[in-house]
Design a protein around this ligand. Sequence first.
Ligand code: PEP
Ligand code: MG
Length: 843
Amino acid sequence: MNDAASQKHFIAVAGVTRIAPVANIRVNAHGGRAKCLQRLIRLGLPVPQTEALDFATVARIADGGSIDTRGILAQFPAGALVSVRPSSGAADWGGPATILNVGMNDDRHADLVAQIGAEGADALYARFIRAYATHVAGLDPDRIGTGDISTLLRNFELAAGEGFPQDPAEQLARVLGAMARAWNRPTARLLRQARNAPDDAGLGLVVQQMALGVGDPGQAESGSGVIQFVSPVDGQPQITGRYLRQSQGREALLADVPALYLTRDPRGPSLEALCPDLFAQLQDYGALCRQRLREEMQIEFTIEHGALHVLDAVRVKRSARAAVQIAVALAADGTIPEAEAVLRVEPRALLDLLHPQVDAKAATPVIGEGIAASPGAATGRLVFDAAVAQRSASDGIPAILVRRETTSGDVQGMHASVGILTGRGGVSSHAAVIARGFGLPCVVGVTDLAIDPEARTLTARDGVCLREGDLVTLDGSTGRVMAGAAPLIEPALDGAFRTLLDWADERRDIGIRANCDTPAEAAIADRFLAEGIGLCRTEHMFFDADRLTVMRKMILAERPGDRLAALERLLPMQRADFTELFRIMAGRPVCIRLLDPPLHEFLPEDPDEIRALAEALAMPASAVERRIAALREINPMLGLRGVRLGIAMPEIYDMQARAIFEAAVDVAPRVTPEVMIPLVSARREVELVSARIDAVAAQVRIETGIAFEYRLGVMVETPRAALRADEIAEYAGFLSFGTNDLTQMTYGLSRDDASRFMPDYVRQGVFPEDPFLRLDLDGVGELLTIGAQRGRAGRADITLSICGEHGGDPEAIAFCRSSGFDYISCSPFRVPVARLAAAHLAI
Ligand code: PEP
Ligand code: MG
């Protein structure tokens, strides 16, 4: 039969197409389920006869249009029961509930009593009455209740005010109408929106002849089940699923029914033992689907009097870990190309693999919710200050550090903690940035919980009050805070994960570096194969107890001689830091940023601490207080930071440059260190700093007798630096765009406080999303483009990169790649995501 003739044959009712190998079934006209059923039919699987209603037809029905259901039913053998299932554009867009056994009525019931016995016939009819009452007539299922068929029919009549429809064509018309209308309900629309479905996403419906699954128990086997051939948890080959004798639909999956094992099992009867031939057939179907549909499928099947029917198949639902394993296994045996395996894994999903997760089945009470700022989950004892966190860690007790907000002084305590919670702040607040660097779970902006650092309590809205020492679990992937210890699932960086990323690296064409401040972070970056360090924030190196006092002495020094003496003492410590980083990165580039934060962040606030510091420095407490007051700034983020500090107190940068160069000549293999100047806004700043750093380099060369190279670059973090990038490029071998500060200054938003109103702004659509979270391609993006173009105009071979928190974001990577950036730099834990995302762009 040619195509045209077959179409004519199969389309008996307008808008309804028989699913057959040559029928014109399209995902964007009939939905994914209809298309998948056609594929199964083409593979020769025993799919019962199915008719597909297209989107336009279903939309017409939803609008009150009629359809010739008698004509549809005439396509099926006389007296056949049918099911109706939704078929939308994508499986996760939802859809109305499937309705089984349409066509069941008193006459059909009587026939079935004779054929399969009263028990089976009653079960089929009862199921249809209940489903129809709930999903079609919109009745409360409690009003139908349980009991024999006549009770159910009576209850239906009482509740609905009319008798249960007996005409199969009328039943089908009402079922189709109800399902078509359900698609347009506000809740269904919201769900679709959340899954990124287009506003005009259509619904198709498939009408399929029932394979009963309920038969005469005295005769051959009847039942239904689902089967899949890989584990949904880790993707390894494993037969999982359930089979329930004398059942229909997905009944076998209900947790409270005693289903059969699928494979032979010493603990009880199995489908394999009961029906070995049918079981073998199912295994063949699974293998066929894998090979020809190039995917691991879950098969829904029914056995009717010993005959196997395949009703449906869907992609196996899978964890991120299983997704990686399945994609790699399919490519490893040649079922799909490697590039396709790379494309099949969503980059952001890799984050789930790198951190422990809260077991989704856990029922630990959630006491508050904030912004998910750094992924992963951890359980620990509540502590309310950094010093207690450090003590707790040294006692071997995992601590969750709770602060209203964190500052540089908390960094050590944060490092000692297993998770961070703050009451204020957004995704680029201090707590969030540091936690991501350390790979620690972090939830910020938890306004649900009242934090009282004096009383050392955390109080939930419902009055539940946790005290220091109580156990809590943080889920930095969802933003949830739980009381007590929730069960956690550990991460797995198995062979498949590595293989997938190797394949990604072979294809990507933009570099990936990591932001690392400590050897521990550099080790993580190394493990995730970062190509270097794109940003080492040196300020975090000064918070160890032994250094902090020296640092404070340096800051508080009134005479240059005293400052130099303190810097002399810091020099070997910094040199050791850099040597360690260079050693770990073994010849890969390391970009070190000169000191950036406002100085007061290093100074104590607590009067006791100030007194102790005065004693340690042999200064009067009043003098220390005066100096601290002088260094306090109203808006420190726009104050004496970055290069401004380098101009005001050049000895600090001299010391850091010397430490970098002395470390560089000390390590093998030799590195070419990159020295980066932060928060630049004018060419002259770079000129001044560059001259001093050159002088230091020259001195170190003379002192050591070793010739070495270094690269000097500028962080573009102020709008002015982007606009004047051409003249700045005269002194800079590279420009690294710090999108955290650039976002802050482009919008005039404070990184630390914007979270107070950001949710309102996003809710009202003022900003599509928090710009600290998603790079604002329109505004900040335009500055990046201008900066990149002008930078290149100033120096053709300039290296361009991005190192703000947006650096690991797939959209930001796409933007940087299209603007010709050389590399992106992101938190070490984001490196795998970035490697995969960059490969997606290049394939
Ligand atoms: C930035 O501003 O984007 C940046 C990377 O620097 P920091 O976050 O340390 O200010
Ligand atoms: Mg910055």
